[in-house]
Design a protein around this ligand. Structure first.
Ligand SMILES: C[S@@+](CC[C@H](N)C(=O)[O-])C[C@H]1O[C@@H](n2cnc3c(N)ncnc32)[C@H](O)[C@@H]1O
Length: 383
């Protein structure tokens, strides 16, 4: 069995995203000009080489993980599962001394106990490597060198290996978390869905830790979102071509160019959030490029005649009493937008339809999506 990475091998990749973002991810993947791109539930598939997966990990803004399909077989019982898993030359992906983590999902299949499926899969991988080398890999649930995904549907088993490692929302620039930071992948989705032209002013009057503005700045400066990451999953595979990878990453990093005179403005009631947003923006290389100010939405004073975009993740009011307190804030903010922001483009991510309704704005488009476990709406319109 070969142990070096089959550089020329073509894989089928499945790129996952937050539910609801499939169309945006699909658009992003098509822009990278990969082949056989197809939208599916929970993500998008495409075909390509491992180098295409490197690019996908580096460049995709709304993706959570890039998984490479390594096998598909019938698994009606644990013997078929074990045998099927053992058809893969696992030393291609895992060092004998390495660590692994298996995650299983099962639907309409005889093998319905996912914990058992995970253990059998782990045994099949580890037994194979021990038989070949005398050394047995171990399990690590927190920081495994290899992530393996098992999907069982109607007794068909699909095995995938994780090329990303940590979730791709962990870009590597965040220093400050804040109380409820928006995932970077969702913030990027807000910016992409807003159809911002990357030249006009963009403001976020509820900016918190600055995620939306920083993701907007990255897009405008043509910075790949993965350029800050310390490591991706594929870098830990045996036979990884570190020199070729470093050359690609350095080339991508070198194209950074922040547009002259671009105006990005954020404000928030929370002073600690604003200080954190400044810290985050500096870590992403935008020190002094994004204006942050501690201010309440009641002080939001849009310049008339500005052809600006407003992209914001407004408070959700999850705790009892919050909604009642927030209602007048939404009402007056909506009134201000309607009076003073004619000609602006709005992209508002809301986790509370009662509150977003209080804005009194007739949105032209709505994208339903999940922010973790919370059902959210991304509301879009030109005023
Ligand atoms: C859902 S959070 C935004 C999180 C942000 N997108 C991030 O990634 O960190 C909503 C923000 O609205 C701010 N906020 C609540 N009421 C406000 C008000 N009246 N004026 C300005 N900001 C307010 C909160 O401090 C909080 O940071």
């Amino acid at each position: 069995m070969h142990q070096t990475l089959p550089e020329k091998r073509r894989y089928e990749f499945f790129v996952t995203c937050a539910p609801g973002l499939e169309p945006l991810l699909h658009q992003e993947i098509r822009e990278l000009r990969f082949s056989k791109v197809e939208r599916q539930v929970g993500g998008v598939r495409f075909e390509g080489t491992l180098r295409d997966a490197w690019r996908a990990n580096l460049e995709l803004r709304t993706a959570v993980r890039v998984l490479a399909k390594v096998a598909r077989f019938e698994a009606r019982d644990d013997t078929e599962l074990y045998r099927g898993v053992q058809t893969i030359p696992w030393r291609t992906y895992l060092r004998p001394e390495g660590t692994l983590r298996v995650d299983a999902h099962s639907n309409e299949s005889a093998l319905e106990h996912t914990l058992f499926v995970e253990q059998r899969t782990k045994d099949a991988v580890c037994d194979q490597i021990r038989e070949e080398t005398g050394v047995r890999p171990s399990v690590d649930l927190d920081d495994a060198e290899l992530g393996v995904y098992v999907h069982l549907f109607k007794d068909r088993c699909t095995l995938l290996v994780d090329t990303s490692g940590d979730s791709l929302h962990k870009r590597g620039w965040r220093r400050f978390q804040g109380r409820a930071p928006l995932a970077e992948t969702l913030a990027a989705a807000v910016v992409i869905a807003s159809e911002w032209d990357r030249r006009s002013p963009l403001v976020d009057p509820f900016c918190g830790s600055g995620t939306i503005l920083i993701e907007a700045a990255l897009a405008a400066a043509n910075v790949a979102p993965g350029s800050f990451r310390a490591r991706f999953g594929f870098e830990r595979w045996p036979g990884h071509d570190a020199a070729a990878w470093t050359a690609l990453r350095d080339k991508v990093r070198a194209r950074r160019a922040f547009p002259n005179k671009l105006v990005l403005q954020g404000s928030d009631l929370d002073r600690a959030g604003i200080e954190g947003a400044k810290e985050n923006s500096a870590a992403a290389g935008f020190e002094g490029k994004i204006e942050f100010e501690c201010a309440a939405s009641a002080d939001f004073a849009p310049r008339s005649g500005w052809n600006a975009w407003l992209a914001s993740n407004m408070p959700y009011g999850e705790r009892i009493g919050d909604e009642r307190d927030l209602m007048p804030i939404f009402e007056s903010f909506g009134a201000r937008l309607r009076e003073r922001c004619v000609g602006w483009h709005l992209a508002i991510l809301s986790g509370n339809p009662n509150l977003s309704g209080a804005l009194g704005i007739d949105f032209a488009r709505r994208i339903d999506l999940k922010n973790g476990s919370i059902d959210c709406q991304l509301l879009l319109t030109a005023l």
